[in-house]
Design a protein around this ligand. Structure first.
Ligand code: ARG
Ligand code: GLU
Length: 755
């Protein structure tokens, strides 16, 4: 009996134990799914094959997945190039069309016809045509004996040769990226469309409901979506914006499931995750949790508190600073969650235990010991060496490079003067014009009075935290003034300097290049910046780069070692803004003792959070009416409730915003937009018990488009399906109720759905 139980538990544990991964973990390369993941995915309920997801020979899911502006993901949901992404991904575009008369941020926007769709010169939509493993070609002639410099020049040479010989069709571009810390290389053939138009967006009260308070938080009730459309030339190929362009005809678009999700349903998220660090040694994780994250959080605490108070006191300030505040608060909150999560799940201890096993295995294998035995001791030493430099780098970056707004601006002006110093007047003029353009937007939303307060508080913080003498110029100034009154100093320097004042700065930039540079170099804020940046370069930058280079080399060797020493494990490369697949299940979690979160939220929860007139939790009148009349149409769940968001165990990160959540058959069920706070450490250490991604239920998106906005023309071009209904009646003789066919004429059949 006992043995039987033992056997059974081994069998149950096996699927994950044999891979060393927890279900849900991993951001996989689409072209390797067949070899690495297909059987596991099918055992988790997927009804597709790897070829349905990624194929170079026929239309597959990957042809519906689009890199949106290079920073988010989006997906095609009609045969007319209709593109779905997040409201927060489209925010810049929506804002750029917003004015006091047409307040699309506040009221939403719905183009009534193709002709009303709004062009966005700075947006792009990039497809992945195919992916190739080019490791062999890129690493030709690279041996352990080369120095880092020699290695890099060999790789550069190989890259040049590869680019030269690579066969590309017209409009195709080639991107080559290192994977597994430079142990492998993959080539991505891409095609980019630059005519991407805004089609629809809900009002902010829906698209950004809960704002910063709810950001990174479950339970969530945000309808974070927006609609765009890709336009192409008459040949369906990329074309610069023209009125003559036509909606793009995709190779594949995602059918949309109206059947919703249930706990344990298979989910696949397909997109462009930005950056993760899964293979850090324990020393690095410890440093992140104990030293670097707290420092960055501390700086932002100070800045956010000042700006928040100003925003609450003044409606105009609230408008000006909302987007900036959201950006700063986003990662501030993420780092807090990340550190807490790593502590709660003993992230450091886990790494240490893995390192112990690693060390043991090396000791049992003299060859490995010889090749890899130094890695962990050297990591330990280098992370110790780099600590103060990394910490000062973060203080400098956060205080001088980011949170004192004017210092960031002075940084740009400093770059400008450099261009003239290197005698390149053309480059100077070009950069100056770009800056002037940028400043127009910047000063519109800038209040020097507020920035001055941030300056005073953060300069004091800088002096308090600085090591290696990097804040000496600040101390020097205050000593000269005869006291340590930061506020008084801030007041004087902001008045004296031209840079916090748009008109005074523009007057300087209007002069001849020589006169402008001379005037800038005499400006007190410019001078302060110069001193701070020089001392930072000399005392921090050089050493940091030097040690970091050594760490990178070790990290590459460590990656190679892990893959060799743990042959039973399945490895996935860190995110690097290339196309990835992650899969998991719809699943709740237990954030703390005695608290259980279920995986689906409803419109009822929106109404529970409703605070009339609040800038985060107000609810539009019309949505309240729809809630009261329960006018949910075909989008309600089977209990007549309106679902809003759901969570799953998919492994995602920044850049996955706007990624489709896809069901077992290849239909769209949701739209990824966030992760839960307790699990944000998944960038460093995924833990299946608390790492969850947050998606908008696609039925909420459709409900808003249809019932709230009345944009029936958009619903008409989508393909709505009932995969679960079909499953239930499979093999039965019961006649199925057919979906009302709306605007189905001439619709191209989607290639993947197996329902
Ligand atoms: N946390 C999400 C992400 O990392 C959403 C951010 C946008 N929303 C906000 N309230 N700041 O991008
Ligand atoms: N909101 C994030 C983004 O913009 C996605 C959330 C995450 O980091 O997982 O990409």
């Amino acid at each position: 009996m006992k043995n039987w139980i033992k056997l059974l538990s081994i069998a149950i544990l096996l699927p994950t134990a044999s891979t060393g991964l927890l279900a849900g973990e991993g951001m996989w390369l689409p072209l390797l799914l067949k070899a690495l993941n297909e059987s596991e995915m099918q055992s988790m309920g997927m009804k597709m094959t790897a070829e349905d997801i990624y194929s170079v020979n026929r239309g597959s899911l990957k042809d519906a997945i689009v890199h949106f502006g290079g920073f988010c993901t989006s997906e095609l949901i009609s045969d007319q190039g209709l593109l779905l992404t997040n409201h927060h991904c489209g925010y810049g575009a929506i804002q750029s069309h917003t004015s006091l008369e047409n307040n699309y941020i506040r009221d939403g926007f719905w183009a009534r016809s193709l002709a009303d769709e709004l062009p966005n010169p700075s947006l792009s939509a990039t497809f992945i045509v195919r992916i190739e493993d080019v490791s062999e070609k890129m690493l030709k002639g690279v041996t352990d004996k080369l120095s880092e410099k020699e290695r890099q020049s060999m790789i550069d040479k190989n890259m040049a040769a590869l680019k030269e010989s690579f066969a590309l069709d017209i409009h195709e571009e080639l991107v080559i990226r290192p994977f597994f810390k430079g142990n492998q290389y993959f080539a991505f053939v891409t095609m980019t469309y630059n005519d991407v138009r805004l089609v629809g967006a809900p009002p902010e009260m829906i698209g950004k409901f809960g704002s910063d308070t709810d950001n990174w938080v479950w339970p969530r009730h945000t309808g974070d979506f927006a609609l765009f459309r890709i336009y192409a030339g008459a040949d369906n190929m990329p074309a610069e914006y023209s009125e003559d362009n036509v909606p793009y005809k995709p190779k594949h678009f995602l059918p949309i499931s109206l059947d919703g999700v249930a706990p344990d349903d298979f989910t696949l998220v397909f997109g462009f995750p930005g950056r993760t660090n899964q293979y850090l040694p324990s020393f690095a994780v410890e440093q992140t949790v104990d030293v670097l994250n707290p420092a960055k959080i501390g700086v932002r605490d100070i800045a956010l508190k000042i700006v928040d108070a100003e925003m609450r006191a003044d409606a105009q300030v609230k408008i000006q600073y909302a987007s900036k505040f959201a950006r700063i608060a986003n990662y501030w909150k993420k780092w807090i969650g990340e550190s807490q999560g790593l502590k709660a799940t003993d992230g450091v201890g886990r790494k240490q235990r893995m390192e112990d096993t690693f060390t043991q295995r090396l000791q049992n294998n003299p060859q490995w010991q010889k090749k890899y035995g130094d890695i962990l001791p050297q990591f330990r030493q280098h992370y110790k060496e780099i600590e103060t430099f990394a910490l000062m780098r973060d203080y400098y970056g956060e205080i001088i490079g980011r949170n004192i707004e004017i210092m960031r601006i002075v940084g740009y002006l400093n770059n400008l003067t450099k261009r003239l110093e290197s005698n390149d007047e053309a480059a100077y003029l070009n950069y100056r014009d770009r800056l002037i353009n940028y400043f127009e937007g910047f000063y519109k939303d800038y209040q020097s009075r507020i920035d001055q307060k941030v300056f005073a508080a953060l300069m004091e913080h800088y002096v308090e935290k600085a090591q290696l003498g990097i804040a000496d110029p600040v101390k020097g100034k205050l000593i000269l003034r005869g006291n340590m009154d930061y506020a008084a100093w801030a007041k004087d320097i902001y008045a004296e300097s031209a840079i916090p004042h748009r008109d005074r700065l523009m007057a300087i930039l209007d002069k001849t290049p020589g006169e402008s540079v001379a005037a800038l170099q005499k400006d007190p804020l410019f001078m302060l910046y110069s001193e701070l940046s020089k001392i930072y370069q000399a005392k921090v930058s050089e050493t940091y780069e030097d040690v970091n280079g050594k760490i990178n080399r070790l990290q590459r060797l460590y990656m190679e070692a892990l893959m060799e020493v743990f042959p039973e494990k399945r490895f996935y490369p860190d995110a690097n803004s290339t196309m990835r697949v992650t899969y998991g299940k719809v699943n709740g979690y237990e954030p703390r003792d005695a608290v259980t979160y279920t995986p689906v939220t409803y419109l009822d929860g929106v109404m529970e959070k409703y605070v009339p007139g609040d800038y985060e939790f107000d609810v539009p009148q019309k949505l309240q009416e729809l809630y009261i009349s329960k006018d949910y149409g075909q989008y309600a769940d089977k209990n007549g409730k309106m679902p809003v968001c759901f969570i799953g165990s998919n492994h995602t990160t920044g850049g996955n915003s706007g990624s489709p959540a896809i069901d077992a058959h290849g239909n769209l069920i949701g739209l990824n937009f966030d992760r839960v706070w307790e699990g944000t450490m998944s960038d460093i250490n995924y833990d299946a018990s608390i790492c969850r991604n947050i998606m908008v239920d696609i039925r909420y998106v459709l409900f808003i488009v249809d019932k709230y906005a009345g944009a029936q023309r958009l619903i008409d071009e989508m393909k709505l399906v009932h995969p679960k209904k079909n499953q239930r009646v499979e093999g039965s003789t019961i006649k199925r109720k057919r979906l009302p066919k709306k605007g189905n004429k001439g619709r191209k059949a989607a290639t993947v759905p197996k329902n």
